[in-house]
Design a protein around this ligand. Structure first.
Ligand code: UDP
Length: 454
């Protein structure tokens, strides 16, 4: 329930996609906008609903669309997105209309801000004659890569021969054909359609991007020219709304006590985010590679993250004995706190956008093992442009793992990457940059988002 918020503040309705990596930044956006004088409603699916008790100042509006039989595994994402956008429009319209009717004398809804994947919210905004704004929590580099796919197809580059997979994509250096989302996300036709559908920004008034200002700036500029709507480049939101608890899973905070006992910059943190999975063989290679690296590590082995395994004991026999106190394994970590801890000196990551922003903000260089979607493009930039990551191919072998861990954690190369990571994010300049766009939104609050409206 909502606490005592002064009435007559413009109300924003925020509509996140029900995945951890999408919910967190939108809750953080809500926290930032609340502090700028808006009232916040979070309209969410019943599936993966955020915990209202972590956000007593928000009003939570469940959307009761039928999603039975759907889960939030990576394999089901396309079907889930389709089901949400088909089944949630009418229930959202109804519950929003009821909320507005019941609160008639209080805060007036002035705008709907929705995750780009929740495009049914735009249709509702349109029919209620409300302005809407898209929120994107993805690197502009990856969106530009997706946007290039129809052109690559028209020019005959796609579909491409296997022999071309390592070749650079024209105009997207250092991205290779194998890094395009096409090779791990559905058919070429689907991708071309997705790229074209997400290009004209329908009737929404603006796009908010969660990013670090100078990361992928030129891609953002190019997209801005293509889309021709105002862009608000803000973020990193997790730094602007630091006290916000956004986790859907219970965080194992005991690992912080263990980190307290480790030497500065000695620990490798390993997490593949909320969706990526490994097979049992890959997991065993990871385990033995970590064991032979000799490096302390904190490893998130999420429940459900190991394919083809029914057994509750996922890790190889003898592994825990072998590593003793040198390694900690948890089901879910307080990741931002972990990355900010002085003992953590490296992050083995799947290169999800949140994980990248969180790592860069704490000056932690990465081992990059991307899986799908935007992650391959992100990894290319981390390793070949910003030079703060080491690439790890998927055919995991313990010897390579041991080598890459040592390169990052103990060798000069790793120390240099750590220095470069530190230089990438300057909290002082960033907070100056951050205040501008949010201020713009706030400034127009008497006639909300007037400048964005067409
Ligand atoms: N995360 C966490 N604890 C974990 C693993 C991940 O809190 O043990 C959080 C992490 O901080 C990040 C999000 O889950 O904010 C993962 O988002 P990301 O974009 O990196 O990857 P995705 O899960 O969307 O693939």
């Amino acid at each position: 329930m909502e606490s005592q918020i002064p009435s007559r503040r413009p109300r924003l309705v925020i509509v996140p996609f029900p995945l951890q990596g999408h919910i967190s930044p939108m809750l953080e956006l809500g926290t930032v906008l609340l502090s700028k004088g808006f009232s916040i409603t979070i309209a969410h699916t019943v599936l993966n609903a955020p915990n209202p008790s972590n956000h007593p100042d928000f009003f939570f509006l469940p959307i009761s669309g039928y999603l039975s039989g759907h889960d939030t595994t990576a394999a089901n994402l396309k079907a889930l997105g389709k089901a949400i956008n088909t089944n949630c429009e009418a229930p959202f319209f109804k519950s929003l209309a009821r909320m507005m009717e019941e609160n008639k004398s209080l805060d007036q809804v002035v705008c709907i801000i929705y995750d780009v994947l929740m495009y049914f919210a735009e249709a509702v905004a349109k029919s209620m004659k409300l302005p809407s704004i898209i929120f994107r929590n993805v690197s502009a580099l990856a969106v530009l890569a997706l946007d290039t796919i129809p052109w690559l197809r028209a020019e005959g580059y796609l579909p491409c021969q296997v022999s071309m997979l390592q070749d650079p994509v024209p105009s997207l250096h250092p991205v290779r054909f194998k890094d395009l989302p096409i090779y791990n996300m559905g058919s070429l036709d689907d991708l071309v359609k997705l790229a074209i559908d997400s290009r004209p920004i329908r009737s929404s008034s603006a796009i908010i991007w969660n990013t670090i200002d100078h990361l992928g700036h030129s891609s953002l500029e190019q997209l801005h020219q293509l889309y021709n709507v105002p862009f608000f480049s803000i973020g990193p939101l997790h730094k602007m709304a630091q006290a916000t608890s956004t986790s859907l899973l219970i965080e194992d905070t005991d690992c912080i006590e263990w980190l307290d006992k480790q030497a500065p910059l000695s620990v490798l943190y390993i997490s593949l985010g909320s969706l990526a999975t490994v097979d049992k063989k890959g997991l065993a290679e990871m385990a033995w590679g970590l064991a032979s690296s000799g490096q302390p590590f904190l490893w998130v082995v999420r429940s459900g993250s190991v394919r083809d395994s029914e057994s509750p004991e996922l890790l190889p026999e003898d592994f825990k004995e072998k590593i003793g106190e040198r390694g900690q394994i948890v089901k879910w970590a307080p990741q931002k706190e972990v990355l900010a801890h002085g003992a953590v000196g490296g992050f083995w990551s799947h290169c999800g956008w949140n994980s990248i922003l969180e790592s860069i903000c704490e000056g932690v260089p990465l081992i990059c093992m991307p899986y799908f979607g935007d992650q391959n493009v992100n990894a290319r930039y981390l390793c070949h442009v910003w030079k703060i990551g080491l690439e790890l191919e998927h055919e995991l072998e313990r010897v390579q793992i041991e080598k890459v861990v040592k390169r990052l954690m103990t060798e000069k190369e790793g120390a240099e990457m750590r220095r470069r990571t530190d230089d990438l994010f300057d909290p002082d300049t960033s907070s100056e940059n951050l205040s501008a766009p949010v201020h713009d939104i706030n400034r127009t609050s008497k006639e909300p988002f007037r400048e964005c409206l067409t």
